[in-house]
Design a protein around this ligand. Structure first.
Ligand SMILES: [Zn+2]
Length: 127
């Protein structure tokens, strides 16, 4: 069934409103993203053996646990994290997760914007 002009205008307006809302949301996400200080990797806790000859760790009483940061970029490399650094690294790892979530959201919003543009193009009659 063919839509009349009012219906078309109403649909186009609805799509434009949605589009404006999405542009705003992308803007908010981008400024949130700019605040992040991401560390790409994860925090692990690990028990260690020190290597001294007569130490208790030789009998299975290991030292620690100590905190380590494992970078996603250099796999297998563990970086020791002191208690003073722990909070900053935890925040960095959390920011990295947040950044990936924001990037996925921005991508989804951008895909929807593209759809909207196509929908508007099909609503406007060619003749
Ligand atoms: Zn030891």
């Amino acid at each position: 069934m063919k839509k009349n002009v009012e219906e078309i205008l109403r649909d186009v307006k609805r799509l434009l409103d949605e589009s404006n809302e999405i542009v705003d949301q992308i803007g908010t996400l981008k400024s949130e993203r700019a605040q992040l200080q991401p560390l790409c990797g994860s925090l692990r806790r690990r028990l260690i053996r020190c290597g001294k000859q007569n130490c208790r760790c030789r009998r299975g009483q290991l030292h620690g646990p100590y905190n380590y940061f494992v970078s996603s970029k250099c796999r297998g490399k563990w970086q020791y994290i002191s208690n003073e650094e722990l909070e900053r690294v935890e925040q960095g790892v959390a920011d990295w997760k947040k950044q990936r979530k924001i990037d996925a959201d921005i991508q989804a919003f951008s895909a929807r914007l593209k759809e909207i543009r196509q929908e508007i193009a099909t609503l406007i009659p060619a003749d």
